[in-house]
Design a protein around this ligand. Sequence first.
Ligand code: ARG
Length: 470
Amino acid sequence: MGKTSNTGSKSAKQKMWGGRFSAAPGELMQAINVSIGFDQRMADQDIRGSIAHAAMLAQQGIITQQDHDAIKAGLLAIKAEIAEGVFPFSDELEDIHLNIEGRLRENIGEAAGRLHTGRSRNDQVATDFRLWVRDYLDHFDAQLSDLMQALLGKAGENTETIMPGFTHLQNAQPVTFGHHMLAYLEMFARDRSRFQDCRKRMNESPLGAAALAGTPYPIDRDMTAKALDFDCPMANSLDAVSARDFALEALSCATICATHLSRLSEEIVIWTSAQFQFIKLSDAFTTGSSIMPQKRNPDAAELVRAKVGRIMGALTSLTIVMKGLPLAYSKDMQEDKEPVFDGFDALSLGLAAMAGMVRDMRPNKDRLAESAGAAYSTATDLADWLVRELGMPFRNAHHVTGTIVALAEGQGLTLDALALTDMQTVEPRITDDVYSVLSPLASASSRTSYGGTAPSEVAKQVARWEELLK
Ligand code: ARG
């Protein structure tokens, strides 16, 4: 609804703002303010934080042991209610923090009011959100490990499976399917270490920063940090309640990881096409067309390919929410959670689907080998042979090879099928030893430099990863 006109009577204005916006100011405030619809996902973290805080208050003599015991029991009862799906979430109570505190008051009475001593919702939400993100990073770590295992399995079965390697999506040189799988394994390993780095940097506790300036109560921030498995308390209370760079960093890591998923997805889409037929996916990860019975669409791969849009969208949203915010807490920051929830859920689903597809895919070895030999993919090997065996300068060898490729092309033959006598018309010193490098398998097998595609090298990398992922 547009605010196009401020002319007319009051009643006309009321009409213009009618419909969905007819609510009274109090209701509008609630509608814009309420976050329980999404921040209830942090219930577990909120309860953990409160239990740690209450234990510290009791140890410091700020609340009695008796109040502590009642608070702790009450919080555990709430945790159970939430797990059973019977907790009465209420919009009137705005967010997860007030919902839980309100319920605690219903359950244990006055002692509930002592829980919030030396704390504010500002450090509380910062703590909850950090714990939530950290929990999810641990989940990503396990998922990435699983995906790496899946890729490693496929690589191990295919150290000698020859396929075309591409540059510009044009046949370049033969590689092995295992080598290709390991390329992705390396990428996901870096994603994993990026998340681990991010986790290290974010693992400091905001709890006890209170509203923004700290608190006069004799709290022990080291104790709550330790109880929540943080490395230490954050050293500046203003920073503690204002910082969301941990979420931005996690979303940045997620975005990079999603680009890797997207690239592999794209390959799966290409590889399953009728033109390529490099791999087969089972019905578990494909769908049929409603009108074209012959079709088997790689929907899962396409959806994983697209997820990066959402995830980078989340990073963009949160970056823009945070830019220009003055210290310390502003309510803008309540808008931090939904993008992170959505972006992380998207990545998690993408990682799970990809691990499933990798385990499911069956390389079509005949087709891969045939395609590997197409388009004169071993021309470089011929040139290298001329350099090595005949001492030809590489530039000359390149020229001779070009002439031989043209000859083969004229006869409609692959290089390894061209007659020696034909090659000798171009360069008489060529011997039949040349055939030892002209097949795709020979070509790939010769690339034994560290990190190269030779089956022997790929097998070494498989062994290395098996050791690392044990
Ligand atoms: N629901 C709020 C959030 O997510 C909690 C913090 C509220 N703090 C405040 N000063 N109003 O940001």
